[in-house]
Design a binder for this molecule. Structure first.
Ligand code: GDP
Ligand code: IMO
Ligand code: MG
Length: 423
C-alpha cells in the first residue's frame, strides 16, 4: 500500500504526534527515522495523555508496529523508561510491536555532559538545546567514533570503542568510571536485545508485502541541520528526504509527503523568528495553545503563521498534502495576521526564504490581515460547520501555497479532527 512521510513544516511541535496517531489507525507500521529524545509528542486519547519522546505514537494501537530506525540516536535508559511508562498506562509494548535498529547510534552520559558544556561556552549565542545529548551523539556518529545499539551486547568491544572517545577531554579526573558505564550500558543492551532488528530489511520487507507505512519525522523543517536556521537547529535532518537514509529505503518507495502545519507559529529555544509576537496576541496563543515544551517545559515563543516558511518547507520536503493543526487556538480573535513576504533591512521584498541567517534575522514580516471568528470550533466535525472566516483562513493557506489541506485539527482528541481536501 502506501509509504507516507510525515514532517513538521515549521520549528517543531506542530502536532505531528496527534496526526501520526490519527493516521496510524489505518497503518501497519510507524517508523521514526531521525532525532532522539529531544522530540516530545503529546497524544491525548480518551482520558489518557501520552508523552512520547522516542517511541512513535503508532504504539498506542495494537495493530500497529513501531520502528526506531537507524537514523535515530537512542538513549537506552530513556527508551526503557518510556516503555515502562507506556505499560503502566495500559499499552502493550513487546518485541512484536516495537523494533529498534541494531545500528542506531547510542546517546551516552558523555553526550549529555558535552551538550551542557558546549551550551555554557556559547554565552550570548546559546542554541537553547534540549540538553539531551543529541548534537554530541551525532557528532560522534559522523566522526565514526559512535556506539551503535548492537555494540552494547559485546562488553569488550564496547569498552574498546568507548576508549576511542577520549572522555578525559570532557570529564575531569575521577569524574567517571568507564567500567561502570560499560556494565550499565551492557545491561541496557541485554534488555533491548529482543527488540533489535535490521530495520532496513524489516521495513523493506513490509513495503514489499504491501503494508501501509508512516515514516515519522521529529522536529521540523526549520530545525533541519542543512535546511534550517543553522546554527539554531538540531543535529539531524527532519526533512522528508532523510527518511530514505534514516530508514534505509529507496526514494521511489515513497508515495506521499504530508506536512504538519500549526495554524500559527511557535519556536522553543533560540534563533530568529520573524513573526514572533511579544504582545498580548503572543500571550494569548501561548496560553490558549498550551505552548509549553513537552520535553523541557520551556514556554514556547509564539507568532503568526509564516507562509514564506511554509512554502520553503513545501519545496524542500516535496510536500503533497498539509494537515493544519490547532486551528481552534485562533478562536476568539478579531483578526488574524499571516506573513506572506519579508522585507529586508535594505527594503527588498522577498517571496522566498533567505538562506543567509544575517538577512533572515533582520527581515520584517509583511502581513495580510484576515478576519477572525468568535465561535468555539473545537467540537465541529465537518468543514462546512466552521465559521466562514475559519474556512476562508484554511482556503487562503491552500491557495497561497498551492497545496491541498487534507485535515484540520481543532483539538487534542482524535475526534477533534476534520477530514477534508481543499481545492
Ligand atoms: P509534536 O512535537 O509535533 O508532536 O507536537 P507537540 O505534541 O509537542 O505539541 C503539540 C501540542 O498541541 C500537544 O500538546 C497536542 O496535544 C496539542 N494539539 C495537537 N493538535 C491540536 C489541536 O488541533 N488543537 C489543540 N488545541 N491542541 C492540539
Ligand atoms: P518535536 O519532535 C521543538 C530545538 C531545541 C533547540 C534546537 C536544538 O517535539 O517537534 P537539540 O536538543 O535538538 O540539540 O536542540 O532544536 N528542538 C525542538 N524544538 N520541537 C522539537 O521536537 C525539538 N527538538 C529540538 O529547542 O532550539
Ligand atoms: Mg513536540
Amino acid at each position: 500500500m502506501d509509504v507516507i512521510v510525515l514532517v513538521g513544516t515549521q520549528f517543531g511541535d506542530e502536532g505531528k504526534g496527534k496526526i501520526t496517531d490519527i493516521l496510524a489507525e489505518d497503518s501497519d507500521y510507524v517508523v521514526r527515522y531521525q532525532g532522539g529524545n529531544n522530540a516530545g509528542h503529546t497524544v491525548c486519547v480518551g482520558e489518557s495523555t501520552f508523552k512520547l519522546h522516542l517511541i512513535p505514537s503508532g504504539i498506542l494501537y495494537d495493530s500497529c508496529c513501531s520502528v526506531i530506525a537507524n537514523g535515530v540516536v537512542l538513549d537506552p535508559a530513556v527508551i526503557l523508561q518510556e516503555m515502562e511508562t507506556l505499560r503502566n498506562q495500559g499499552i502493550t509494548v513487546d518485541p512484536s510491536k516495537l523494533k529498534i535498529s541494531s545500528i542506531a547510534n547510542v546517546i551516552l552520559p558523555v553526550h549529555r555532559k558535552l551538550d551542557s558544556k558546549q551550551e555554557s561556552k556559547r554565552h550570548h549565542e546559546k542554541i537553547g538545546t534540549t540538553g539531551k545529548g543529541i548534537g554530541p551523539a551525532y557528532m560522534h556518529k559522523v566522526a565514526r567514533t559512535g556506539i551503535r545499539v548492537q555494540d552494547l551486547l559485546k562488553k569488550d568491544l564496547l569498552k574498546k570503542k568507548l576508549l576511542k572517545q577520549n572522555w578525559g577531554e570532557v570529564y575531569g579526573e575521577d569524574e567517571y568510571d568507564l567500567d561502570r558505564v560499560v556494565d550499565e550500558y551492557h545491561g541496557y543492551g541485554l534488555q533491548l536485545e529482543p527488540y533489535m532488528v535490521d530495520s532496513s530489511l524489516f521495513v523493506n520487507n513490509a513495503i514489499d508485502s504491501g503494508k501501509s507505512i508512516i515514516m515519522e519525522g521529529a522536529q521540523g523543517t526549520l530545525l533541519d541541520v542543512d535546511h534550517g536556521t543553522y546554527p539554531y537547529v538540531t543535529s539531524s535532518n527532519p526533512v522528508a528526504g532523510a527518511a530514505c537514509v534514516g530508514a534505509g529505503i529507496g526514494p521511489h518507495k515513497i508515495k506521499k509527503v504530508i506536512g504538519v502545519t500549526k495554524a500559527y507559529l511557535t519556536r522553543v529555544g533560540e534563533g530568529p523568528f520573524t513573526t514572533e509576537l511579544h504582545d498580548r496576541y503572543g500571550e494569548y496563543l501561548r496560553e490558549k495553545g498550551g505552548e509549553f515544551g513537552t520535553t523541557t517545559g520551556r514556554p514556547r515563543r509564539c507568532g503568526w503563521l509564516d507562509l514564506v516558511v511554509l512554502k520553503y518547507a513545501i519545496r524542500v520536503n516535496g510536500i503533497t498534502e498539509i494537515c493544519l493543526t490547532k486551528l481552534d487556538v485562533l478562536d476568539g480573535l478579531d483578526s488574524i495576521k499571516v506573513c506572506t513576504r519579508y522585507k529586508t533591512v535594505d527594503g527588498e521584498l522577498l517571496d522566498e526564504f533567505p538562506l543567509d541567517l544575517e538577512v533572515y534575522s533582520f527581515c520584517e514580516p509583511i502581513y495580510e490581515t484576515l478576519p477572525g471568528w468568535k465561535e468555539d470550533i473545537s467540537q465541529m466535525t465537518d468543514f462546512s460547520e466552521l465559521p466562514e472566516s475559519a474556512r476562508a483562513y484554511v482556503e487562503y493557506i491552500a491557495l497561497h501555497t498551492g497545496v491541498q489541506i487534507k485535515m484540520v485539527s481543532v483539538g487534542t482528541r482524535r475526534r477533534q479532527t476534520i477530514h477534508l481536501i481543499t481545492r
